[in-house]
Design a protein around this ligand. Sequence first.
Ligand code: ADP
Ligand code: MG
Length: 286
Amino acid sequence: MNAPWQGPTASDSTTAAQALLAVDQVSLEYRTPQRVVRATHQVSFEVDPADRFVLLGPSGCGKSTLLKAVAGFIPPCEGEIRLQGRRVSQPGPDRIVVFQEFDQLPPWKTVKQNVMFPLLASRTLSRREAEERALHYLDKVGLAAFADAYPHTLSGGMKARVAIARALAMQPKILLMDEPFAALDALTRRKMQEELLLLWEEVRFTLLFVTHSIEEALVVGNRILLLSPHPGRVRAEIHSHQYDLQSLGGVAFQQTARRIHRLLFDEGQSPETERELDFTDIRIAY
Ligand code: ADP
Ligand code: MG
């Protein structure tokens, strides 16, 4: 039987000490003159080094807000976010965000200059070192030949790869991606998922990835946190390391995708119904 799972808490110091990132009972709110919007409610999860940790939930459940809080742009109104045990209170070069909009690349800079820019702006490296680092990561994403091209001459998938190279070149402790492939056509999106996994095999970075696509979550993630609709609360955490692009369409993959769908959208489902299913890899939160 699935016991109610509350997620790690501040008192759970042994696991908290090991986690790279600890999100501990975090509630996030937007305050407008008219009202207060609660985006997430007491969300807890932990990301370990080299995890591909996915936040999955319907639109409006607070995924982007959570990512912005981890990045240090939004302070929690309740709870705490810790990176290697230290409270996150502002943005820093140890957490780099890749957004959905690839037009975040300044058009007047070449691909190489775009990748170099954060390294120079943050005074992480000298110009020569930054150039070397930029070319290294452009090579990793297969864009070495386009180093001197301008962004408007690139396809959507190529812009996505520049954004990833730019983020990885900063060698952050954790890479934050907010629906990075959502604006791409289906085939390019699949290709980018594949490339991201290959890149992870090579570099072994730690990834916190936001999506509202169940399929994408299963393919990209090794662990998936399911968030309920607005305000986002932890619904369950799922181990999904066994799935990749090859599993798409397979029976086990489809069954897991259906279970996740049910967990996300069957609000009134009783624990009894859930128990009939074999949730070997799923911890139910409530
Ligand atoms: P998701 O990324 O899961 O789609 P968001 O984190 O963008 O969800 O939003 C969570 C909730 O917070 C939504 O109800 C949204 O309307 C609200 N929200 C997001 N940004 C703002 C803002 N700047 N001001 C007020 N409410 C906001
Ligand atoms: Mg969002």
